[in-house]
Design a protein around this ligand. Structure first.
Ligand code: HEM
Length: 388
């Protein structure tokens, strides 16, 4: 690989680095679309949309073992199905498909709308509201936990676990790993109680307990792993997406008005917010054989990071990539991935975003940022002035 510019060697996409990520991506795409970073143990990164898609679609060269960059969560069982390569991956993924069909999502929509309306009414009743705590975080927790069969009395613990497992992962690895163990133990106990006391519920847990892989029932560690991954994948990502969409709208009162008058625009707007403020900025792979991407050599055994957030701003794929254009056409972003591991919950997440934001805009009068310095990313507090 040719001499690596400083920006590539220092490149990371965690924590404070996100504050300047748009400028970083622009420079990397321009100067060093395939580069080598010295951060987080060292990794090669791909930023061009086409390169990322090609890598996603070539699992034999780019394996998902593991699919995230170190430090790992320390789980004993790989996260199913995201850490499993083909051909086994297909068998594990197939088990989840019936939970996320358009029909299933349509069935969930009535409850989704009621939940969004109730939460939005609570926001509307305040002068200044933390919409992360009141809306963006509880909505996916309620929707997914009901689908999954996680008891309502346990929901208050979930935000802390998500924060510790995901957001502390780089900053405080020991605490994150301890929280990870707690989450695994919680799901193990929950599964145990559902095995001992079967209930007639149409939910994920019932479904998994009856599922088979390669003609045998799922083992306990496999069951825990499914629950763990869906918990991580379903809650934090959707909360981030709702929060960042509201962050953007708070600074664009004319867009609030436009979407209230023409809610049909919401599906396209949601795609555009997902493209520009993707909750999953990157996923990792391991290179399984020497290869070349955009003229740069990658060696077998190297960690390779597919930077979806950068690919989403690739000027070769998107006109005016840094502009947020609510009715952008042909928005083929990478925020849900693009290969065999493409997000299974994308239909659910999209519907939560569309319905959630529509009800929010219906219930809440014009709103603005209470403090301009609040970041666009993450699931931390987001204080909005309501009626301002
Ligand atoms: C805005 C919200 C979401 C975003 C941005 C998102 C993004 C992603 C991404 C980037 C991947 C990896 C794709 C790859 O490596 O090619 C993924 C995988 C996955 N997501 Fe999502 N996700 C979201 C919501 C959800 C929800 C709500 C669920 C389920 C409740 C879910 C379940 C999954 C599962 C099971 C996988 C693994 C699929 C596999 O390995 O075959 N996601 N998601």
């Amino acid at each position: 690989m040719s001499a690596t510019p400083d920006i590539a060697r220092k490149f990371t996409y965690h924590g404070p680095a996100l504050d300047t990520i748009t400028e970083t991506y622009k420079e990397l795409l321009d100067k060093c679309p395939v580069g080598r970073s010295e951060q987080l143990g060292g990794f090669v990164f791909l930023t061009r949309s086409e390169d990322i898609l090609a890598a996603e679609q070539d699992p034999e060269t780019f394996s998902v073992t593991p699919s995230m960059l170190l430090p790992s969560f320390g789980n004993e069982t790989p996260m199913i199905p995201i850490d499993i390569d083909p051909p086994d991956h297909g068998e594990y993924r197939r088990i989840l498909l019936p939970l996320f069909t358009p029909k299933k999502i349509a069935q969930l929509t009535v409850g989704m709308r009621e939940t969004a309306k109730r939460l939005a009414d609570q926001v509307a009743a305040q002068d200044v509201a933390d919409v992360s705590a009141l809306f963006a975080r509880p909505m996916p927790t309620i929707i997914f936990s009901r689908l999954a069969g996680f008891p309502e009395s346990d929901w208050p613990k979930f935000d802390r676990w998500v924060d510790e497992v995901i957001y502390e992962r780089v900053l405080d690895h020991d605490r994150s790993t301890a929280a990870s163990r707690e989450v695994e133990q919680y799901f193990d106990a929950l599964l145990e109680s559902r095995i001992d006391n079967p209930i007639d519920a149409d939910d994920l847990i019932k479904y998994l307990l009856g599922a088979e892989v390669n003609g045998r029932p799922l083992s306990r560690p496999e069951l825990v792993s499914y629950c763990y991954l869906l918990f991580l994948a379903g809650l934090d990502t959707t909360a981030w997406a709702i929060r960042s969409s509201l962050w953007h709208l708070a600074q664009h009162p004319e867009e609030q008005t436009r979407l209230r008058e023409d809610p049909e625009l919401l599906p396209a707007a949601v795609e555009e917010w997902l493209r520009t403020m993707s909750p999953v900025q990157a996923m990792a792979r391991t290179c399984m054989r020497d290869t070349e991407v955009s003229g740069q050599e990658i060696k077998s055994g190297e960690r390779v990071v597919l930077v979806f957030g950068a690919g989403n701003r690739d000027p070769e794929t998107f006109d005016d990539p840094d502009e947020i254009i609510l009715d952008r056409e042909n928005n083929r972003h990478l925020s849900f991935g693009g290969g065999v591991h493409r997000c299974l919950g994308s239909n659910l997440a999209r519907q939560e975003l569309i319905v959630g934001l529509e009800e929010f805009l219906n219930a809440v009068p014009q709103f603005s940022l209470a403090d301009e310095s609040q970041p666009w990313h993450g699931v931390g507090p987001l204080d909005l002035e309501i009626g301002g």
